[in-house]
Structure formats: structure tokens, C-alpha cells
Write a new protein. Sequence first.
Length: 308
Amino acid sequence: MTQAFPSIADLNSRLIDLGGYGKSAQQVFETSALIAAAQVHWDRVEIQRLQDDRNIHPKVWDKLVLIHKDQQRLQELIPSKYLPSNYTALYALVVMSVDEIKALVADGLLSSQNRPSSKALLDWTKTFRKGDQGISKELPLTLLLQEVLTEQQEQDLLNAIAELAERFGVEVRSGKGIKQAEVKEQERSNRASQLEEDLMKALQPLWERSLLPEREKFSLASLSDLVNGSRATFTGFIIAVIRDKNIFWKEAGKEFCLKVALDYNREESRVQRGNYKTRIKQVIELHVTDVTGLGEFANMVLSTFMSA
């Protein structure tokens, strides 16, 4: 089969050399351009082959394609020296509107001295969209009408509900376009981006002290491969580096919980997500007494990252 540009070897080599998708906005843009070209020119088998070789989750692949598509807009709205240096934060900018990006820059929240994480950007966006009222809890509400109302009567009803809700500081939103399943899916996607970023930072020291034979044994060319790979590879590699499986939970118990949470937020199956929750609960039951702080951390992971 004749391969169109870029070749699998070209893109594979770049990802290995960079140790991920890039350490600056420009490098991420260049990588995303190659991935977007591959999306167009390669067939599904070739794409799957590279994703498997480099442990690139399909959702991460899609985000990089979107970053490339939005590159020109981002560069027109944001000075290059202000752009974040990682793909997760760049993607958080991709999902913002023009007005939101302009407000972000005008407020000084994005500058050469301040490059917020993807979570900080996503939280800011939620707050901005709520009219600077802060991030609030949503309470689903369904109205069952016993008789057909006229359009004016429906509006009067909604106005009355909104007026009552306002006394409690609650905003009422109505419409047919709001789907809870889609909202929850987006929340999981946002959390996965933040968890990936957190794991990359937490595991950087361990990755730097690892030896080439250990990396080759688990077919890891970059820290990103470890973070986005299978849980078996994740635990096996860490044990190989620390050289004592008996201290795994002490050395990397928190990182293990974050990895399970990352897999949870990328999982589409509700049943499998339930299994991930069970795994965290097992960590709490088995290691709450022998590893100081791990039980509290695992509970935090459950409530913060695995609630939807």
C-alpha cells in the first residue's frame, strides 16, 4: 500500500523525539497538523496502527485534529507568547468562543507570566458563561402538564417559576437542546484532560530516573505513552523502576488512583465505569491503614473525578 504524507514512520519518529505532542504551542501545532493530515490521507487501519503503537487514545487524536483546525483562529486572537505549551490547555481554548478568548486575554488571565492549566481554563469558561456567578450545581427539572397550555400560558408558567427560583439564587434554563447525557460526556472529557495533565506532572520525576531497558521492555517511547497506555503497563513499568512491588502503593498509590480515574473518564460503557469505581474502593479497603493518606486521596478521586 502506498502511504500518503505523512508516513507512519515520520509521525512515529516525531512523537518519540518530542516525548509526546510537543513542549511548546508551536510544537503542538506542528504535531496536530501532521495528525490532521494523517486523518485525511490514511485509512482506518493505518490510523489504528499508529494509535496502538504510541498509545494515543482516539479522543486525544480527535482533540489534536481540532487544535489544527482552530490554529489560525487561536493565533489571530492570542499573542504567540501567551499560548499554553501543552495540548490539553490548547484544546480548552479551542472550545471557547471568540468573545470568551478576548475576555480571557483582557482580564490578564492568559499572559506570558500566567499560563493556566486546562482545568483552570475550563473552570473559567464555565464561570464566564454563567455570568460570573460561579460554578453551581445543576438540578434537573421536568414539568408534566396535565392539560395543553397556550404559548402565552407556558411563558407565564416559566416566568413564575423563574421568579420563585430567583428568591433562592437559582437560575432557570429551559429548552429542548439540553441533554444530560451530552453534558456528562463533556464533563468526563474535560476531567480526562486535567487528569492526563496531572499525571504527566506527577510521573515526570519517575520517568526521568527510569532506564532505557525499562522503557524498551514496556515499549514506551515517552511519558505520554505511559500515561495513556494500559493499566497493566502502567503498574508493571512503575514496579520495574522502583524495583520493589511491595512498596508500590507507598510510592505510586496516588498516581494509580489518578490513572484509574483517567480510564474511567475515557470509558463509554457505564458498566465498565462501575468497575473502575469498584477498583478505587478496593484500594481504600486494602490500603487505608498501611499507606498514610492514600485512603483520603482515593476518596477525593472518587468524589471529584468519578461522579458522573
